[in-house]
Design a protein around this ligand. Structure first.
Ligand SMILES: Nc1ncnc2c1ncn2[C@@H]1O[C@H](COP(=O)(O)OP(=O)(O)OP(=O)(O)O)[C@@H](O)[C@H]1O
Ligand SMILES: O=C(O)c1ccc[n+]([C@@H]2O[C@H](COP(=O)([O-])O)[C@@H](O)[C@H]2O)c1
Length: 210
């Protein structure tokens, strides 16, 4: 298993508190920085999936991206915490403390150590379009239900993607969103709704122009 050197930062890399039976959304990302598009995804999934909590997993580094300019984990976690206002949302960098590089490692760990919680992976439509390039993506889809949220410019690529085709048989109707976290994987849903054109890269580009 590929592990990076564990990085433990007090107050930053702990797993949020939870209780048996809780339905918990896992929203992974670089969050460089967090923006209102992320807020929209969090609000919509919390409500429509009837989640008790949503954990923002600030990644030490997306394995498919060049992370050389990525600000330190601690800075991204602190900035995301300052941005979040909903008390159900908890921001953590816990993947770094475990030395995880890949999301399947996170899913494996959480579903094994906390089998009495109902975890759901949350991603934007652009991530589904690339999902077949994630390490062990099929194993991940077999372990945890997945909610995909519409993103401007990504809808077609997402629904025509290899992962969408492979998992076609496990797609729930959007009207059954509240059932997703109660379902056995594989199960996934594509959520339409309010959309945001915001992206972290556009925000970084506009900051650099100033
Ligand atoms: N505007 C948005 N609408 C829907 N989903 C989004 C939006 N912005 C980000 N996401 C989703 O949030 C998760 C984390 O995204 P990330 O932190 O990479 O932000 P980003 O804006 O996509 O960043 P970048 O522009 O640097 O690629 C991903 O699953 C991504 O698909
Ligand atoms: O596990 C993988 O192979 C993998 C490949 C690409 C992205 N991810 C995860 O997807 C999430 C979104 O990443 P990002 O950079 O698009 O915000 C984040 O949690 C990454 O660690 C995971």
């Amino acid at each position: 298993m590929t592990l990076r050197p564990p990085l433990r930062i007090p107050g930053i890399t702990e797993i949020p508190p939870s209780a048996p039976g809780m339905r918990i959304g896992l929203f992974g990302g670089s969050f460089n920085p967090m923006h209102d598009g992320h807020r929209l995804v969090m609000e919509e999934t919390l409500r429509r999936l009837e989640l008790h909590a949503l954990w923002v997993l600030v990644t030490p580094g997306n394995p498919l991206k060049d992370n050389s300019d990525l600000p330190p984990l601690e800075n991204r976690v602190r900035a995301a915490r300052a941005f979040v206002t909903d008390p159900r949302v908890r921001v953590t960098g816990f993947e770094a403390a475990r030395g995880f590089s890949y999301s399947w490692q996170t899913i494996d760990f959480l579903t094994t150590t906390m089998p009495d919680r109902r975890f759901v992976w949350i991603m934007g439509a652009d991530s589904l379009a690339d999902f077949h390039r994630w390490q062990r993506w099929r194993d991940m889809a077999a372990k945890i239900p997945i909610a995909v949220y519409v993103r401007p410019g990504a809808a077609h690529r997402a629904l025509a993607s290899r992962a969408a085709a492979t998992l076609d048989y496990a797609q729930l109707d959007e009207t059954d969103a509240a059932l997703l976290a109660r379902c056995q994987a594989p199960a996934w849903i594509y959520l339409q709704g309010r959309q945001s054109t915001l992206s972290s890269s556009a925000i970084r580009a506009s900051r650099n122009l100033r």
